[in-house]
Design a protein. Structure first.
Length: 335
């Protein structure tokens, strides 16, 4: 990776040897011009804003702090200060599309598709840990690295695809906000306008610490899944079995394949790579603290897996007699 992250020293041609003195009356051969040093290639460099203290929602890590604090208490405080990018990106995918996909899988097939998540979570953690290292070492965002390494074409393709997909995702998010507000009797325009105003307010403050604290407040709302699980009385034995034993409920059909594809798409998404690497850069996490940010990513991945399992089980227990989508379309019955 260092072959495109660190600019190489400019190469310089050796000066030509001086010609030997000539006899009087003879002209000396022309001396070739000295070539200028080759200019170094334009490569990604670390932003100056990336240097300095790490200011997190739960503390500050000074720039001159030791890499390994002495006591476990200081290490925990350091982890709380650095934690954020990994946890936020994992909870950030707890959106309308993810909730509806996991709930649909739980309603149609109970917990029998949990093995898909068991395979996807390690892949997700590995992908996110990769961008943690990229952001901490280079100090620049994911799109800028693509531009510097692969050129404008691939950079434009990746960013254009990201903008298109995220634009469609935002539409589904506001649809979910409107539906959620309707449960409380709010008009759709009020709930959508209020959510948009909150999102803009979170980001225009100009302070990463303030923004991160707001994100933690939204993460705390996800704790509502705990009482839902307790009231659903989900049985542990079937959940544990379906987590490790793969299988396709009702055989290989379009409904199962569609849900598996939807689970993959809502669990591993390209925007997460750009988002977490940018957060690592904005929070000024350097290679000295990669181990703490790696722990943050693993903790976020574990929480995400647990939340998805809860939605599968809660939705199934709320409506255990529901038929799969492909059977409802055909008018069939669950065997």
């Amino acid at each position: 990776m260092s072959h495109f992250l660190l600019p190489a020293a400019p190469r310089e041609r050796p000066a030509p040897a001086r010609p030997a003195p000539t006899a009087p009356g003879h002209s000396a051969p022309p001396t070739p011009p000295r070539l200028a040093p080759a200019a170094p290639a334009r490569l990604a460099v670390q932003d100056t804003a990336h240097l300095g203290e790490i200011k997190g929602a739960f503390g500050t890590v000074r720039a001159d702090a030791h890499d390994q604090p002495a006591s476990w208490g200081r290490r925990l405080r350091c982890l709380l200060a650095i934690m954020g990018p990994g946890l936020i990106v994992m909870f950030g995918d707890n959106d309308a599309g993810g909730v509806s996909t996991y709930a649909q899988a739980g309603q149609d097939y109970g917990t029998r598709l949990l093995w898909v998540l068991a395979l996807l979570i390690p892949v997700l953690v590995v992908n996110q840990e990769m961008v943690v290292r990229l952001g901490a070492v280079t100090g620049v965002g994911h799109a800028r690295l693509i531009h510097e390494r692969f050129g404008r074409l691939w950079a434009a393709f990746s960013v254009g695809d990201l903008v298109l997909v995220n634009g469609l995702t935002i539409v589904t998010e506001f649809i979910g906000v409107a539906l959620a507000g309707s449960y409380f009797g709010l008009p759709r325009w009020i709930s959508v306008a209020g959510a948009a105003a909150l999102l803009v307010g979170f980001t225009i403050t100009g302070s990463y610490r303030r923004w991160e604290r707001w994100m933690y407040a939204l993460i705390a709302v996800n704790a509502l899944i705990i009482p839902l699980v307790l009231t659903a009385h989900v049985k542990v034995a079937p959940v544990a079995r379906n987590l490790v034993v793969p299988g396709l409920p009702d055989g290989l059909n379009a409904g199962v394949l569609l849900l598996v594809i939807a689970i993959v798409g809502t669990t591993v998404a390209p925007w997460q790579l750009f988002f977490q690497q940018s957060n690592v850069v904005d929070k000024r996490i350097t290679p000295r603290w990669i181990s703490y940010e790696r722990a943050d990513t693993v903790i976020g991945g574990g929480n995400r897996c647990g939340r998805a399992h809860c939605r599968h089980g809660v939705r199934f227990r709320r409506n255990p007699a529901a038929r799969p989508l492909h059977q409802r379309r055909r008018g069939g019955r669950r065997p």
